[in-house]
Design a protein around this ligand. Structure first.
Ligand code: PEP
Ligand code: MG
Length: 764
């Protein structure tokens, strides 16, 4: 593709991204494409799934009256052919083709050449883009690749619009008061009915939710104050830069001030407020509108002014947000909705008031989801099409078993889900019986169940649900709750709580595991490939001062309790463990010396997360006392699939035969050297896979407190003999879905049907 084409492409995409809604986007697309390619016709047909046809949504060149009125059945016409074949159709003379269908409303008969490109989104045809010329000549390869690239970039916009419902009512504006179901990934199971509260990042124009002004004059007042303080900000910047910038370089400041003149941007923003929007939303709209106009300009210099305009918008927004006292209080039916919600942001909220969480980003084993699961909050993530900023205060149902978000549910559905909630309560009551039972199979094999902790609530629930120890204490969680690295004494007190609640039972404390999606609010790490980057032990070995203060705090906390075990995250090589052992020995001696007491040396283990460890067990056994599989990360690295990326969440599966084979091998290796091996990834807390892990011979399964009772029930109902047979069989299967359904089948026939009841819900 030539530079010029690339430039055009970039401009079109920019303009579309700044446009208001689907119809405007499609109109921009057909106009721009027909100008850029110099064609006589450019049209877009979108798939109307309900009526099984393609509908003409926008055209440049055909009769505009036909828009919204031409429907082409899926198996008819050249448009239908492009959709059926899911590939480009490039014809010199369209009317000679056997699939040519003539629609008199369009005035199409005079166009000879035809190039149709499917608009594909996630393997699905969303529509067809067509260009036509009078001239009898097929289109060049460059034309084809231009359109393919454009369609690939725009399919997301169309998919999004589809999801919001704008194509349901062709040529009508999207209506969010419509009942709509969005599909995402089930994060933490459960059902919730409530209203959305949007959590959005500050000073980000694109994230501002649409909201009606509660009091128009108050919003106008807020705007005036914000604009005035931005004016002052710019004036003082200008003064400050007087000596360091030349006058023409400072010209931008006067441009900004002119834009802030009462009858320039502020007036437009005021108009939006008077039309009913709250001030923040009004700023966003006006800046978006101007950005779209700028983006269309031919002049490069002017086009680049978009970023200045957005900068100005962000400044106004930041002032408005600073003054915003309208933070909605959470109530017991609040459903948190955001593009991305970090663990730190979550745990800062009154978590007992959150009915459910929904995000457009993220995947089932994102860190935030793990914490939500521990807290028992129904969570759906990776809802890629969710129009987050239009959902403020909207009523919704979260079906976190099926990964569904039901917006503006009809009454009948609300009622049905309320009934399901009641059924849930009954199931929970039945599970409560397992709080005091032992985890013993019907043929007498005991499986140790430990709890994963981070917050105090995990400890309380773990004890209540009969956990025999802590299999993974995620020490990064208290780090996330602060605004700086906690000091040694502060840490000691926190660790002591964990250790003393489980006195006489093992507590496995993992050293700080930050990096990738585990961010500290006061120490951000920006990396392109963060899952493969500076994380876990790689980080702490580079910061021995942070590592040592943690180790020292753990050792001090264990005085007199002697139940501390230390676990190292993200180990890749033997040399890393050797380094740690050196630091540990040094700190252990020093702390005993300082405290004048004898401290039992803690047992040391490593997490098996990086696949390299699997092949070096025979070397690690020389250095450590135990192993713990971090299956969340191990799967991500074994299957090369980002555990946080919703686009590939279908590839991530703990039923993958390669995962099962690797784990079987790993357990055998550890047992060969008489070393205990446990597993603390989410896989251990899924009753279906827990049965397989028990059959493999894992010594301990460690899981979120919210899964302990379910797993215990599964163990109490599955003999080791059966589990071993199941494992033997599934190891012969080559497909994760087959593995899962094989175990589900067993559960259904063995009194465990409530654990596989995903199909009892209504929607699809
Ligand atoms: C894991 O990777 O399986 C694990 C337990 O660690 P985390 O989820 O905290 O990365
Ligand atoms: Mg991990």
């Amino acid at each position: 593709m030539s530079n010029m084409q690339l430039d055009t492409l970039r401009r079109i995409v920019q303009e579309i991204n700044a446009s208001n809604g689907l119809h405007e986007s499609l109109d921009i697309m057909v106009n721009q494409v027909s100008a850029a390619m110099d064609v006589d016709v450019c049209s877009i047909y979108l798939l109307d799934e309900r009526n099984q046809c393609y509908v003409l949504m926008a055209t440049k060149g055909l009769n505009s009256e036909a828009v919204g009125n031409i429907s082409i059945p899926l198996s008819e016409g050249l448009v239908g052919l492009v959709g059926q074949r899911e590939e480009i159709v490039n014809l010199e003379n369209a009317s000679e083709h056997e699939r040519f269908a003539y629609f008199p409303e369009t005035g199409e008969e005079i166009f000879n050449s035809f190039l149709g490109v499917p608009v594909m989104y996630r393997r699905k045809v969303m529509g067809v883009l067509v260009v036509q010329r009078k001239l009898k000549q097929d289109f060049s390869e460059a034309a084809e690749s231009f359109l393919v690239t454009l369609c690939a970039q725009l399919s997301g916009v169309i998919a999004h619009a589809h999801a919001v419902g704008s194509t349901d009512v062709f040529r009508k504006v999207a209506n969010t008061s419509n009942y709509k179901i969005f599909k995402g990934v089930a994060g933490s199971g459960g059902i919730a009915l409530g209203r959305a509260i949007i959590l959005y990042p500050p000073a980000d124009l694109s994230a501002v939710p649409e909201r009606e002004a509660e009091d128009i004059s108050e919003e106008l007042e807020l705007l005036e104050q914000a604009v005035e303080s931005v004016r002052n900000e710019i004036r003082s910047l200008d003064e400050k830069m007087q000596d360091s910038l030349m006058s023409e370089e400072r010209a931008l400041f006067s441009v900004f001030l002119r834009m802030l003149d009462e009858n320039a941007l502020p007036e437009e923003i005021q108009d939006e407020i008077r039309a009913g929007s709250w001030a923040q939303g009004a700023v966003k709209r006006v800046i978006d509108k101007h950005s779209a106009l700028f983006a269309q300009m031919e002049d490069d210099y002017l086009r680049e002014r978009v970023s200045d305009l957005k900068d100005l918008g962000r400044r106004i927004l930041a002032c408005l947000q600073e003054a915003d006292s309208s933070h909605k209080e959470l109530s017991s039916d609040s459903i948190l909705v955001g593009d991305e919600i970090s663990t730190a942001a979550l745990v800062e909220l009154p978590v007992d008031k959150i009915a459910a969480i929904v995000t457009s980003d993220g995947a089932a084993n994102s860190h935030m989801v793990i914490v939500a699961r521990a807290l028992g909050i129904p969570t759906v993530v990776g809802v890629t099409e969710l129009p987050v900023n239009t959902l403020d205060d909207v009523e919704m149902i979260i079906d976190a078993y099926q990964g569904k978000v039901i917006v503006n549910p009809p009454r009948r559905l609300r009622q049905r889900y309320k009934e399901i909630q009641k059924e849930e309560e009954l199931i929970a009551k039945d599970l409560k019986l397992y709080e005091t039972k032992d985890s013993i199979t019907p043929d007498g094999v005991e499986v140790r169940l430990f709890v994963n902790t981070g917050l105090m609530i995990d400890v309380v629930r773990g004890v209540q649900r009969g956990a025999k120890g802590v299999g993974l204490y995620r020490s990064e969680i208290p780090f996330m709750l602060r605004d700086r690295f906690p000091g040694e004494e502060e840490q000691r007190a926190i660790y002591r709580q964990q250790l003393s609640h489980f006195a006489n039972k093992p507590v496995i404390m993992r050293t700080l595991d930050i990096g990738a999606d585990k961010e500290l609010p006061y120490f951000s790490i920006h990396e392109n490939n963060s899952a493969l980057g500076w994380r876990g032990l790689r980080f702490t070995l580079d910061h021995p001062e942070i590592f040592s203060s943690q180790i020292r705090a753990m050792l001090k906390a264990s005085i007199g309790l002697n139940n501390l075990h230390i676990l190292l995250p993200m180990v890749t090589s033997v040399s890393e463990v050797e380094e740690v052992l050196y630091l540990l020995e040094r700190d252990w001696l020093a702390v005993q010396e300082e405290e004048q007491v004898k401290i039992n040396k803690p047992k040391i283990g490593i997490m098996v997360e990086v696949p390299s460890v699997i092949f070096q067990i025979h070397e690690f056994v020389e250095l450590v006392d135990f192993f713990s599989v971090g299956s969340n990360d191990l799967i991500q690295y074994l299957l090369a699939v980002d555990r946080n990326n919703p686009h590939v969440s279908g590839v991530y599966s703990h039923y993958h035969p390669a995962v099962l084979k690797a784990l079987t091998y790993l357990v055998n290796e550890c047992h060969k050297y008489n070393k205990p091996i446990s597993i603390c990834g989410e896989m251990a807390g899924d009753p279906l896979s827990a049965i397989l892990l028990m059959a493999m011979g894992f010594n301990t399964l460690s899981m979120s407190s919210s899964n302990i009772l379910r797993v215990r029930k599964a163990i109490c109902h599955t003999s080791m003999e059966d589990a071993e047979k199941l494992l033997k069989h599934v190891l012969t299967l080559n497909n994760p879905l087959l593995v899962k359904s094989w175990i589900e089948h067993y559960f259904r026939n063995n009194g465990l049907e409530d654990m596989v009841k995903t199909n009892r819900l209504l929607t699809n």
